[in-house]
Design a protein around this ligand. Structure first.
Ligand SMILES: Cc1ncc(COP(=O)(O)O)c(C=O)c1O
Length: 337
C-alpha cells in the first residue's frame, strides 16, 4: 500500500472500514489539536463529502460533547473563505464521489496548515487511480477503501495512514487488542503500540486481506504515472464520445474537464439517470447512480481499454435513442443504487 500513497513501509495499515478508520484518525487529529490549540473547535468538511464521513463527524461531536462544530463548505472554492483560526481539522475527499473533482493535494494541505489546522484526506476515489504523495504533501492523516480502484472486492478492509511526524501522538479511541503493543502478552490493561499498529483494533479479516494483497501485487508491477496518463486518456475519450454520440439528449457533464481537477470517474446528469444506469447494467455496462440525477462511470485504468469506452458509449447511445430505460423494470428503485 505504501508506494501507492507516497509512504514508507510500516506507515500504513489495512483494517476495518473507511468510516471506522475515519473516526479513529479524526479522534487522533482532534486530540493533537486540543493539546496545542484548545480553542480550535471547528471541524470543516464538504457538504458533498461522502455522507458516511459527515455522519461519523456528527457522531464524534455528539460523543465527546465538548462544543465542537461541523462547518460545511459547498464547493472547493469556499475552502479558503471558510478556513480560519477556529478550524481544528479539515476533512476533504481528494476526489469527490459524485462529481469526480480532484483537489491538488500538496497545495490544499499547505492552505489548511497555514491556518494551523490539520488535514484528513479521504482517498476512496483516488487511491489506485492516480499517483498520491502524502509525505511530500506533508498531509496529516488519510483513509481510503480498497474496493474501488484497488479491486479488493465488496467490503474489503480500508487503508489508514498517519504521518510519522505525529508518531508520539498516535492514538485512537478503539483500544482493541490488535492495537496493543504486545497483544499476545494478554495483559489486563491497554498499552498502545507506538507505531501505526496503534490504529488496528480487533482481529483482522484475513480472507479479505488476502484479496487486497493479491490486488496490490498487481499494482507493484505498474507505474502510477502511466496509469494516470491512461486514465485521463480514457476519461477524455468517454466525455468526447458521449458528447458526440449522445448529442440531443438532456445530459450534463458534472465532472471537471481540466485534467488537474479530474479523478478517474466521469459523471453525467440526466433526469432519468437511475433508469438509464439500470438499463446499462442489464447490458453489462456497470455504472452507478447517485442522487440527484448523477450517472457515475468509474473508469478503472488498470484493466479498461479504449475499446471498452467506445462500446460503453454505444450502449448508452442505444439506451437513450430507443428509450430502453423507459420501462418499469428499470425504474423500480432498489436499495442499492
Ligand atoms: C468517499 C467515500 N468515503 C467513505 C466511504 C465509506 O466507506 P466504508 O463503507 O468503507 O465505510 C465511501 C464508500 O463508498 C466513499 O466513497
Amino acid at each position: 500500500m505504501a508506494p501507492l500513497i507516497g509512504a514508507a513501509r510500516g506507515e500504513t495499515v489495512v483494517t476495518d472500514s473507511t468510516s471506522v478508520n475515519l473516526y479513529k484518525v479524526l479522534s487522533n487529529a482532534i486530540r493533537i489539536q486540543k493539546k496545542n490549540y484548545p480553542a480550535k473547535k471547528v471541524i470543516l468538511a464538504e457538504r458533498e463529502n461522502f455522507p458516511s464521513d459527515l455522519y461519523m463527524i456528527e457522531g464524534f461531536i455528539e460523543l465527546i460533547n465538548e462544543g465542537y462544530e461541523l462547518v460545511l463548505i459547498d464547493n472547493p472554492e469556499e475552502l479558503e473563505q471558510k478556513l480560519n483560526q477556529n478550524t481544528a481539522v479539515a476533512l476533504l475527499a481528494q476526489v469527490n464521489y459524485r462529481s469526480g473533482y480532484l483537489y491538488e493535494l500538496a497545495e490544499t494541505t499547505r492552505l489548511v496548515h497555514s491556518l494551523g489546522a490539520l488535514v484528513v484526506w479521504d482517498l476512496c476515489h483516488s487511491i489506485g487511480a492516480l499517483p498520491i504523495d502524502l509525505k511530500t504533501a506533508d498531509a496529516d492523516f488519510a483513509v481510503g477503501c480498497t474496493y474501488k480502484y484497488l479491486n479488493g472486492g465488496p467490503g474489503s478492509p480500508a487503508m489508514l495512514w498517519a504521518n510519522p511526524r505525529h508518531k508520539n501522538d498516535f492514538w485512537q479511541p478503539l483500544s482493541g487488542w490488535w492495537g496493543h503493543s504486545e497483544p499476545f502478552r494478554m495483559k489486563s490493561s491497554f498499552e498502545g503500540a507506538k507505531d501505526i499498529r496503534r490504529f488496528l483494533c480487533g482481529t483482522q479479516p484475513i480472507v479479505s486481506m488476502a484479496l487486497v494483497h493479491s490486488s496490490l501485487d498487481i499494482f507493484l508491477k505498474t507505474d502510477m504515472q502511466k496509469l494516470r496518463a491512461k486514465s485521463l486518456s480514457l476519461t477524455d475519450l468517454f466525455i468526447a464520445l458521449v458528447e458526440q454520440e449522445c448529442a440531443g439528449h438532456p445530459l450534463g457533464l458534472a465532472t471537471p474537464r481540466e485534467h488537474k481537477n479530474r479523478g478517474s470517474h466521469v459523471s453525467f446528469t440526466h433526469p432519468e439517470g437511475y433508469a438509464i444506469v439500470q438499463a446499462l447494467i442489464a447490458r453489462g455496462v456497470v455504472g452507478d447512480y447517485r442522487e440527484p440525477q448523477i450517472m457515475r462511470f468509474g473508469v478503472a485504468p488498470l484493466y479498461l481499454s479504449h475499446e471498452d469506452i467506445w462500446n460503453a458509449v454505444q450502449h448508452l447511445k442505444t439506451v437513450l435513442g430507443s428509450r430502453e430505460w423507459d420501462n418499469e423494470k428499470f425504474k423500480a428503485r432498489s436499495q442499492v443504487t
